[in-house]
Each structure stands twice: as C-alpha cells, then as structure tokens.
Ligand binder design. Sequence first.
Ligand code: PMM
Length: 281
Amino acid sequence: MLALPHLNRTLVMGILNVTPDSFSDGGDHDTPESAIEYGLKLLDEGADIVDVGGESTRPGASRPTVNVELERVLEVIAALTKARGVVSVDTQRAQVAQAAVAAGAVLVNDVSGGRADPDMLSVVADLGVGFVVQHWRGPSDQMDQLARYDDVVSQVRRELADQVDLALRAGIAEDNLILDPGLGFSKNSEQNWALLNNLDAFAELGCPLLVGASRKRFLGELLEEGSQPRPPKQRDDATLALTVLLAERGVWGVRTHSVRAQRDAIEVVGRMGGSHCAAFR
Ligand code: PMM
C-alpha cells in the first residue's frame, strides 16, 4: 500500500464532488463521465491527490443512500487510479471507504474523523491506508447548531486529540493519520479565523495538517458586498491568499477547487525560502 505522500512542499488535494448539491460545485460533474474528465483535468493541472466525494456535506444537506454514493464514486476512482492519479475518497461510510480502496483510493478522508460510522476506524485500520481525521461535531443537518464553544481553539484541539486516540486504539498507524480542523463544520466565520490563526495548537498533536478553506462561506462573508456574501465561485483569489500563508506555515496539504493556481503559489512560496515552521509537517 502506498504510504502517505510527503513532498518538500505543501501538497494540493483537488476537490472532485460527484454530487448534485455541494455548496460551490454541486451538479458541475454529477455523471461518472464528466467527473472522470474533470478529475483528469485536475491531475493535468498538478493535483497531488484528487479527493473524490459522493456526498455533499454543506450545512443542511441530506444524505444519499450507500448505493447511490457507491455508484457516484467507484467508477471515477477506478478511472483516475488507472490514469496513475493518487486518489482519496471523501466519505463518512466504512462500506464506501472499503470499496473505494479496492477501486484504487489510497487515502480515506472522513469529515467525521470516524465518528459517523462505528465501523470506520476498524475498517481503515485493516485497510492500512491513510486516514484524514477531521474535527466534527455532528451531521450536516445539525452542524450549525453545534457551533458553540467557550474557547474554540482549545476545545477543537481536545476533541481532535480524542478522535486521534480512538483511531490509534482501533489500530490505525500514527504515520497514516492526517489532522484537519474542519473549517465550517460546526464553526462560524469568527471561529474559523481563530483556528487558522492558531494552527500550531493542532500541529502540536504531532500529525501532518490538511486545511480545507476553498471557497468556504467565511471567505464569502469576509468579502461581503452590500451585505451579501461573495458567491462561492468568486472566492478563489481569497482562497489562494490563504494557501500562500498556509504553505508558509508548512501545512502538509490544502484541499482546493482551483488546483493550478494553488500549485503555482506553493512553488513561489518554496522559491522564496519555503516554510518557516517545518514542525507542521
Ligand atoms: N470540506 C468539505 C468536504 N470535505 N474534507 C476535509 N478533509 N476538509 C474539509 O474542509 C472538507 C472536506 C466541504 O467542502 P466541498 O463541498 O467544497 O467539498
């Protein structure tokens, strides 16, 4: 099994949502054919990993059945793997993770960090693949109500540390874990900025960090025009600015919609002297 990719730069995970209802690209590639074509384009633009998901996690989204999720992702994962792409599967279901790895995925990206499906941690441990542990408090239809913290940084850190503990106890190798603060998942804008400004608290947990800021609502709210958030597809420049800062801080990866721009920016950061904080890797 392929070990986690580690490069001497921040790597780029390109987002491929094979869904009708994701917040920024829902319906853009919701047939296997159009998704494969788009995934090949992301690889061509320099995606180090393509993250294939068949379930929208936007606030309020309802869940597809397992069979629908499998139908959306498996053919796409197999085709991109055949084209020599490194593929992760964005799923909260152990059954989907297992089938996705059989189809070629080398990384399971679970936005619930193993909390949504009681079988996930043991299945990933048996598969021996990488696992993204994202901070998560509850499903999409409840997550906004769960954004209550006394101190968001210390609470998210403690809750993530608990998720890591459970993953290790289930038998997932520490080297296979990646942590993600879960921007927007039970966090409002202010809370997202607090987490971004305190990433060292998460780096101290000892695993590489992945950050998914791309086009998220907190960027739209920052760029508000006439009290309306900037629409998702007009948030790519702000996403890029954040990627530069994150690459400087040495995060392991950024999960993004616009691959080429992030790759270019990360090259520039590297040429300017690279990460100031190797401890984040
Ligand atoms: N965000 C979304 C979906 N999957 N996975 C990780 N690891 N981190 C994230 O921040 C994350 C994720 C929601 O965004 P999308 O609809 O653009 O995919």
